[in-house]
Design a protein around this ligand. Structure first.
Ligand code: GCV
Length: 721
């Protein structure tokens, strides 16, 4: 046989591939780029410390660990790093659980392991039997996988690993992505192409993307995925589709990711041909019980159902004069023997109740506290309206102590510039999580409600509405990846700071160059506030255009429901602007604890960033800056535009430090964002000026168009509708 000779050219190609230099940076690799680290002394230190990789035992998850570490370490350290036991080598990277690895079992880590629970892990430096171990230890194989990703992150972000003593475990038990993906592959409020689930080719074709999706999620601790839209199609519960769901569940299982489905409440009628879906009807109950049996035959570790009921036209128990608890409990009874969960959404607002929409979820759900079965979690959006750029925390947090409440964040930027605006959401998520409900006195943060610690709940969870599509870079905007990353990191540990998360994401996604890291971090940290300022400053909300939700539409009125219009929310008139939610208005404030009410009910103490959320104030109201409310509004809108321009400057300064592909994409998106920011500012100020009848302050840039022109803009075929 002819001996294979590697030509110099192939060798060069191989080398370039290995170092990542020849690959176009299309963003597909997310934060999992394992390119050769540029810090040579540190690379040497890592090579020495890690020595060889030892993963004892065999299972699908252990193979994944071995592959990920071999690939990751080979790439980062620039030399092959495969798993092999070489008794000669003194330094060992040892990964596993006491059950899979006799060597690890011998290290006496029982007590430390007990403390980290099912999903947690330890990263330790240990000496034993003449060897130096870097240990990734956990109680479960999935825990060891999480720990392996942590170790890789330490290297990617160039941390020292010589004296490791890390123990980590998640704050919330269920860390779940919610895909609003339809079976025809459109994605409701999705801005990154079509759904990644290729239902037509399932179950026979397993796209590599599914595996990379699972890797990415596991790397940030996400352990569940709801595959389908909450505006649900019962077809997904049919035998034909369950086979497809099974294929995905089998793919995700070794990564510790459970599959959940949305359950359309009327499925017994649509699939089962019953005459009713009444949750108290014995035939309906039997239908769901059988359906659950069928699902578990295909997917023995099925996670459960997410349900949107009696909300925005979805069917639900109220169609039969039953309560949300009746509906949720009927499904929970069917799932309980299998260990499944019901995540019942509290995003409801009744068209028959002419009350402030802010109040309706609380009004319906608070009386049901204590009436749900133990395997029901009520899933509550961060705020009471709908994922606005800034919302005060939802009054249900802290108000249902007998019910585990799950957080629902929106990662996809429906109201924050969708697929083209840079808005780093960690500060927004943290703002809600750290808000104090005062439910049990000072320090009763939303985070403590959500992690179950405030009221001692067994179940706890966070859901994030995914921003993922089949765009090559997954999220349309390269910085959208940061929000997916952030969601996972905060669901694992909400105490991480926004800066720390940004820091690690930037280093893993771009590079560790100090100027790049500090410049990009500065852009990210101010970006959400920039969006708030050019869209809805000072507590304004729901000013977006009809249906597409992309651009401004403060003039929207006369729609089928008042609370689908903008005028309902801003209430601008000749006297002033804002929604009075105090005692003199809708009194939505009464749904919060007295301490929260005390702070918010007085416009003089109410934080100005939510002022017009709770108060209707005159145009000449004196703000803390000394300006009138009108002038302040003008300044805030302008500040929003200026911040985007500052981001543009920052990004421009990075030319040559970021690969060409991503540099150009972000640059163009920032130009779109700047244009849109001006559109928002000019349209909103011109519109509100028709009421305030005051000039835009001299020092500020004046609108480029007329109000009539802005009111005519109507983007056709905007994505995600
Ligand atoms: C899935 C908002 C969105 C809808 C979404 C709904 C929900 O109203 O605009 O697209 O529907 O929230 O969260 O159920």
């Amino acid at each position: 046989m002819r001996k294979k000779i590697i030509s110099p050219l192939s060798f060069l190609c191989l080398f370039l591939w290995f170092t990542g230099a020849a690959r176009a940076e299309d963003g597909y690799r997310l934060w999992q780029r394992y390119d050769l680290l540029q810090n040579k002394p540190l690379v040497k230190e890592y090579q020495k410390a890690l020595g060889q990789l030892v993963v004892q035992g065999s299972s699908p998850t252990l193979s994944i660990i071995e592959d990920e570490l071999s690939t990751g370490l080979s790439g980062l350290l620039g030399q092959p790093f495969s798993a092999a036991e070489n008794p000669e080598k003194k330094n060992v990277l040892l990964v596993g659980t006491p059950a899979t690895s006799p060597v690890l079992k011998g290290l006496g880590l029982e007590d430390k392991l007990k403390a980290v629970g099912k999903d947690g892990y330890l990263l330790l430096s240990r000496k034993a039997g003449g060897k130096n171990y870097t240990v990734v230890a956990a109680n479960t194989e999935v825990g060891a996988l999480y720990g392996s990703f942590h170790l890789l992150r330490l290297l990617q972000t160039q941390q020292r690993i010589n004296n490791l003593d890390i123990s980590s475990s998640p704050k919330t038990q269920h860390r779940i992505l919610n895909h609003w993906d339809n079976l025809d592959r459109t994605v409701e409020r999705g801005y990154a192409g079509f759904s990644i689930w290729d239902w037509h080719k399932l179950p026979d074709y397993i796209d590599q993307r599914y595996l990379d999706y699972a890797r990415a999620n596991a790397s940030i601790g996400i352990n569940g995925t709801v595959l389908t839209n909450v505006n649900a199609n019962s077809l997904v519960l049919s035998e034909e589709y369950l086979k497809k769901v099974k294929a995905l569940a089998d793919t995700f299982r070794p990564y510790g990711i459970k599959v959940y489905l949305t359950a359309r409440f009327s499925s017994p009628i649509e699939l089962g041909k019953l005459k009713t879906a009444d949750p108290l009807n014995p035939e309906v109950k039997a239908w769901w019980k059988n359906k659950v049996e069928e699902i578990y035959r295909h997917i023995p570790d099925f996670g459960g159902f997410l349900v949107k009921a009696n909300s925005e036209g979805q069917p639900g128990p109220q169609n039969y004069n039953r309560s949300h608890a009746d509906g949720a409990n009927m499904l929970a009874e069917a799932l309980a023997p299998k260990g499944g969960l019901v995540m019942w959404r509290a995003f409801v607002y009744d068209d028959k109740v002419p009350d402030d929409r802010h109040k309706q979820a609380y009004t319906e759900f608070k009386p049901l506290d204590g009436k749900f079965l133990p395997n029901v979690m009520v899933q509550v959006k961060n705020g009471a309206i709908d994922f606005q750029p800034r919302e005060p925390f939802h009054p249900l947090f802290g108000a249902m102590p007998k019910t585990p409440l799950m957080m629902e964040f929106q990662i996809t930027q429906e109201y924050l510039g969708q697929g083209t605006h840079l808005a780093y959401l960690a500060p927004m998520f943290k703002e809600t999580l750290m808000a104090d409900t005062y439910a049990k006195g000072k320090g009763s943060t939303v985070a403590k409600v959500v992690d179950g610690s405030l009221d001692n709940h067994y179940h706890s969870g966070m859901a994030g509405v995914a921003n993922i599509g089949n765009d090559r870079n997954w999220t349309s905007h390269p910085f959208g990846q940061a929000n997916w990353y952030t969601f996972g990191r905060l669901a694992w540990d909400y105490n991480l700071t926004s800066e720390a998360i940004a820091d690690e994401w930037i280093k893993m996604t771009f590079s560790g160059s100090p100027t790049l890291v500090s410049t990009v971090k500065q852009m990210m940290m101010g970006s959400r506030e920039a969006v708030v300022n050019y869209m809805t400053p000072l507590g304004l909300h729901h000013l977006m255009g009809w249906s597409h939700h992309y651009g401004p539409g403060p003039w929207i009125k006369d729609k089928p429901r008042a609370d689908w219009t903008s005028v309902y929310y801003h209430r601008a008139d000749e006297k002033g602007i804002g929604f009075d939610r105090t005692r003199t208005g809708s009194n939505a404030l009464s749904q919060y604890a007295p301490e929260v009410q005390a702070l918010l009910q007085n416009p003089a103490t109410c934080p100005e960033d939510v002022l017009l959320w709770f108060h209707h104030l005159p145009w000449d109201w004196k703000m803390k800056s000394g300006r009138t409310l009108w002038d302040e509004l003008c300044y805030k809108y302008s500040e929003g535009v200026d911040s985007v321009r500052a981001m543009q400057k920052d990004w421009d300064s990075l030319q040559g430090q970021v690969d060409k592909e991503r540099y150009q994409q972000v640059k163009q998106y920032l130009a779109i964002q700047e244009k849109d920011a001006r559109w928002w500012r000019d349209a909103c100020l011109l519109y509100f000026q028709t009421f305030s009848k005051r000039p835009i302050p001299q020092a500020l840039e004046k609108p480029a168009g007329t109000l009539e022109e802005y009111m005519k803009i109507d983007p056709k075929f905007a994505p995600g509708i």
